[in-house]
Unconditional design. Structure first.
Length: 200
């Protein structure tokens, strides 16, 4: 495995196929997302979140831990026998260019991307099913947009970087506000961006 482990809090770029496959399993993706959003948890707590058996969740936690995608966390309760887990990095990414030279790697990259997109669609469908419970203010704030631009690769790369920087600034602003005690009305917000060329 040639994947370089990031420092705590840094993003991780997956560059080996075994780690990519470990990350791309549908249930493991749900488990990882749960830990990333909710913070440290036990297998029992995660099982309740993803609606699966504790034994199955425990198995997949170990599979995520093997390549260092998650790690054991400090015990968060009075029971020292409990095993707590947390995401080992703030975000993960994987790029086509790291897998294009191997048929197995290219196929795995495409398959994992499909799994990630399906997971994001499931999140959005859940919101749509529950949107009446969120209230008018959240319904007005939520958005689903589609944009079309005529760009070259350099411009698209720059646009993606500028969007990422803007979102990161809002993330940091939200963290700082919560650290200062401003928690009123704050919820987890998913922002999904897909930018790609197409022809008609």
């Amino acid at each position: 495995m040639n994947d370089k482990q990031p420092e705590p809090g840094e993003p991780r770029r997956i560059t080996d196929v075994d780690t990519l496959k470990a990350f791309g399993h549908p249930l493991r993706l749900k488990i990882y997302s749960t830990l990333r959003v909710a913070g440290p948890a036990t297998a029992s707590q995660i099982a309740a979140q993803v609606d699966e058996a504790v034994s199955l969740v425990s198995y997949h936690l170990r599979k995520l831990a093997e390549p260092g995608l998650i790690r054991e966390a400090e015990v968060q309760s009075g029971d020292a026998r409990e095993r707590w887990w947390e995401a080992a990095q703030e975000t993960v990414s994987f790029r086509h260019e790291d897998f294009k030279d191997s048929p197995e790697g290219a196929a795995a990259h495409t398959a994992v991307l499909r799994t990630v997109i399906a997971h994001r669609e499931e999140q959005y469908h859940t919101y749509l099913a529950q949107q009446s419970a969120w209230g008018a203010e959240w319904r007005r704030a939520a958005d689903q947009s589609d944009f079309l631009a005529r760009l070259n690769p350099a411009e698209l790369t720059r646009l993606n970087a500028e969007i990422s920087a803007l979102i990161k600034a809002y993330e940091e602003r939200g963290k700082a506000a919560e650290a200062a005690g401003d928690t009123e009305g704050r919820e987890n917000v998913a922002l999904h961006l897909a930018s790609f060329p197409f022809r008609i």
